[in-house]
Design a protein around this ligand. Sequence first.
Ligand code: FAD
Length: 600
Amino acid sequence: MSKLISLKDLEFLLYRVFNAEQLTGLPHFADHDRTTFDGILTTAERIAEVYFAPHNSKADEHEPQFDGKTVTTIPEVKEAWQHFAKAGLLNARHAYEDGGMQLPSLIHMAANAFFMSANPSTAGYPFLTSAAANVIHAFGSDEQKATFLPPMFDGRFAGTMALTEPDVGSSLGDLTTKAMPAADGTYRIKGQKMYISGGDQDITENIVHLVLARIEGAENGVKGISLFIVPKFITTPDGTLAERNDVQLAGLLHKMGYRGTTSTVLSFGEQDNCVGYLIGDAGRGLMYMFKMMNEARIGVGLGAAMIGYRGYLESLDYARNRPQGRAPAEKDPHSKPLNIVEHADVKRMLLAQKSYVEGSLALCLLAARLVDEQEAGTDAQQREDSGMLLDLITPVVKSFPSFYGPRANDLAIQVLGGAGYTREYPVEQCYRDNRLNPIHEGTHGIQSLDLLGRKLWQHNGKGLKLLMARIHATLASASQKPELAALVGEYQAQLKTVQETTLLLGGALQKGQVTEALANSALYLDMMGKTIIGWLWLEMADKALDAFANSPVQEEQQFLAGKCQAAQYFIRWELPEVQHQARLLQSFDRTCLDMQADWF
Ligand SMILES: Cc1cc2nc3c(=O)[nH]c(=O)nc-3n(C[C@H](O)[C@H](O)[C@H](O)COP(=O)(O)OP(=O)(O)OC[C@H]3O[C@@H](n4cnc5c(N)ncnc54)[C@H](O)[C@@H]3O)c2cc1C
């Protein structure tokens, strides 16, 4: 069994739950079939296992170093990067004419899952680069595309996203980095950016920073923000490097996890000569960046899911092989100890992990499937609907795995007992790595405000209606199966509460009670996350039962039975928490709101 992901699970999700083969019916993906999909996944698995996984812990122990002039990373990072690029994975989703493979997002996401599980910090470099290249591809001029995309796709250049500043994090509308127009139509950038991942490294020849800045004289707030390409080395249109641009590494940050990815403080324009190229129209920078951020948010969800997944598989393997203790009713001290996987309380911890991480992976694949429907669907209405649903669930795709992935890792440590707390086992690193995910790409709190304050009500609540329609389709199918009747009933009861709560909060927002309605938004984000994951578990159980009758192999049947048991666990043990959350939300509980800063 792969230590990175359960291949059975991946196959089940791709081909039974999300019907990947159906995508080959769309003209854009017509050249693909199951064989090409499986070929990509096998390649990804091999590169992840051979070039990414082996140095995961070494990169953690040997953080990148900065001697005041250059940054040094361990050599394995560059080697992994080169193999990733050579396999065509940096632009796998792009069109053939751009050198891509026209791969569905669904398969691309599944391929990326191997890398996130194997070594999330080394995977950070290619994933950021792909996302930056996608922004240039979507909004850059022809010249910008011709100059920067080929070397970003073939691995000569890497990309970053430079939003955050020392004094500006969540509230991007306040950012202060400036852009001064120059006579030649370019801009001179001045300011400091902080926490920029991959902001400097020794892996690629050049680094393409996408920098948010305010053109001199532009209005305050988000409407005054523009987006610039700022290369580390000035690049001629044929992709060759000219002089060094005025971007300096002020220092590296030292982190709890994700240590293999450089985290940088960058100074732009210390010599007043930092050249930047405006992308698209002035004042639309944040909108363009949101393209990258939405993609990155789904990517963060996947990373969190897969670090959680890795910990789950490690703890499962340990539990199957660690003899300790006897059954509560066993009184004979000479009897053979049980492997801890037999203890009900250990099963609880494994089931919780399984339900969080497999549910999270399903959620990320759902998002990827929606991307495919939105971008390549042949029906205009369906494309629009898929886009709206994706938009609605993006905060949940980012946040549920980010919150429950670290919880899964916490439980993995607990399953290993003392061993879990030592650095001899990988679960403690998983926990440290995963703790980043609720923080970057919009914190948990910011995602909750985005969901409850904005996303739910866009397009007259159409996204929510589309979500409910999908949930009801699953309920209709699952309720036909006697084995699922009880679970369907339990789910419906919780769903009713969630719908009532949503209506009430929506009404309050409409009446202008913004402060009260949004005060407990984190509870709502969790409630919606549980509702969506509970739905996906029902969907998985439904599909597992469909498959059961045609699966004579015992191992396959055990896998499917495990899916049904995990669905039962999540819906019976985790989902009912929405009742308590609903009580607080529906009563507009003011405990947190009324607490005074001086009372702490
Ligand atoms: C390892 C790492 C890698 C990163 N990589 C990048 C990168 O590549 N590029 C980049 O641009 N940035 C990057 N970041 C920055 C990251 O996106 C920010 O740290 C994040 O957006 C939060 O900003 P902040 O740290 O300034 O926290 P703050 O914005 O100060 O937030 C602190 C706390 O206050 C809460 N809060 C803030 N505002 C509100 C509000 N209005 N309502 C309710 N609660 C609020 C937050 O939820 C949080 O809990 C990275 C950060 C880290 C740690």
